[in-house]
Design a protein around this ligand. Structure first.
Ligand SMILES: [Fe+2]
Ligand SMILES: [Fe+2]
Ligand SMILES: [Fe+2]
Ligand SMILES: [Fe+2]
Length: 406
């Protein structure tokens, strides 16, 4: 069924404010929550954070009072939306449990977007990032068992596998090699634009989260792992934001942000299994339609551009959280050895790769390696969830030594 946010009524922005009681969402039950409900919450929190930050940047770059006022009003609402969503996360969920959710989002969101991405270069970029976040999930899952004595699969419910991806130790590249070529706003498929914006927001939220909570641990091994993976999330934000066309005007960008919010809330309202959370997605969809109308009116007035010139006639196929095991395995088998070389991907490492590696790893130890070594030392083996058979890439199969002497 096609849905065009431009022709919907929506909720006027002036009516969107909510009181404290409404915003202070009742958290979900961490033992009963559907892992993909949790993923949708994590993603939409990141989307709202991006909306607020984008609006702040815009405010610092315009002197048109009418625009500043419209931004201020919508931004206050974006902030309320962010609170209503993020406060669904319960206080008894540990930082590592939330973190494992963040990396599950990165894996199953990136894989889904790659599978539905029309542009081969963007798809390649997503496949590239996918293998790295997939590895983060593995490292944090090993840390989780060591620190909390629990298995990540109780959270992931076997929807997402846990095994090494492109080893985190190898992901550290020279900054020039995380830049990518941008799409052309005139010719790019609208779906590609929405995909890129969504990944920027998701990776940015992960980056911000690790920047903030990585120092909340006493254990040096945990502090080290968050520190190291936090630096990779910086690389991921650099990569995905490079895809966006810098010729996009501020007002076009505002319209695209509101449109992407409509797209995602519409997608998730359709597949949400928790009725209470679904209601929130539906309500926010109504709100975003109202915010989109305001953004379109400003673009029409100040850019002289009609929304139909930059937006499709209906929302594209919805985004979905679902298992992507087969897809991830195929990418693991084929693309593990890729690295960045300028704006492209290659199996040949540029010279500056080695220099950068030396600068950040020094004489070691490297936290992401140390965490696995420690796990093996204490439990006899690393922690994995290989539901669909052994690792698809021979290089990352378990060594057979641990069965010795049985
Ligand atoms: Fe929003
Ligand atoms: Fe990650
Ligand atoms: Fe990432
Ligand atoms: Fe919005």
């Amino acid at each position: 069924m096609s849905f065009n946010p431009l022709t919907e009524r929506g909720m006027p922005v002036a009516e969107q404010l909510r009181d404290w009681r409404t915003l202070n969402s009742q958290p979900y039950d961490k033992l009963a929550v559907d892992p993909y409900t949790k993923c949708r919450i994590i993603l939409m929190n990141g989307i709202e954070v991006e909306s607020a930050f984008f609006s702040h940047q815009f405010n610092r770059h315009t002197d048109v009072l009418e625009v500043k006022q419209a931004l201020a009003l919508s931004r206050r609402i974006e902030q309320q939306q962010q609170k209503a969503i993020n406060w669904l996360t319960p206080g008894d969920e540990t930082t590592l449990e939330v973190t494992i959710g963040y990396e599950q989002v990165a894996v199953d969101l990136t894989a889904w977007l790659a599978r539905s991405e029309p542009d081969p270069y963007l798809r390649q970029t997503m496949d590239f990032g996918l293998l790295e976040d997939f590895d983060h999930l593995y490292r944090y899952s090993n840390l989780y068992e060591m620190l909390e004595g629990k298995q990540a699969d109780t959270l992931l419910k076997s929807l997402t596998e846990v095994m090494p991806g492109r080893p985190t130790v190898e992901e550290h590249r020279h900054p020039f090699d995380d830049l990518r070529r941008h799409y052309d706003k005139h010719t790019a498929d609208p779906l590609s634009k929405l995909h890129a914006m969504t990944l920027v927001a998701a990776e940015q939220q992960t980056m911000n989260f690790y920047m903030t909570i990585g120092n909340r641990y006493m254990e040096p091994i945990a502090r080290g792992l968050y520190l190291e993976i936090g630096m990779i999330e910086e690389q991921h934000v650099t990569q995905y934001e490079s895809l966006l066309d810098p010729a996009t005007t501020w007002l076009e960008d505002l319209v695209m942000h509101e449109y992407n919010e409509c797209y995602l809330y519409h997608s998730f309202a359709a597949e949400e299994s928790d009725p209470r959370v679904r209601e929130l997605w539906e309500r926010h969809l109504e709100m975003e339609i109202g915010q989109l109308q305001v953004a379109c009116a400003l673009m029409r007035k100040y850019d002289g551009k009609e929304p139909e010139e930059i937006l499709p006639a209906a929302l594209p196929e919805p985004v979905s959280f679902q298992p992507n095991k087969e897809y991830v395995r195929a990418v693991l088998a084929a693309q593990l050895e890729l690295t960045g070389d300028g704006l492209d991907f290659s199996t040949d490492r540029p010279t500056r790769y080695g220099d950068y590696q030396q600068a950040v790893h020094g004489d070691g130890p490297v936290p992401s390696e140390h965490v696995i070594d420690e796990h093996v030392r204490r439990f006899g083996t690393d922690y994995r969830v290989e539901t669909d058979g052994e690792h698809p890439n021979e290089r990352l199969r378990r060594p057979l030594v641990e069965t010795k002497g049985a």
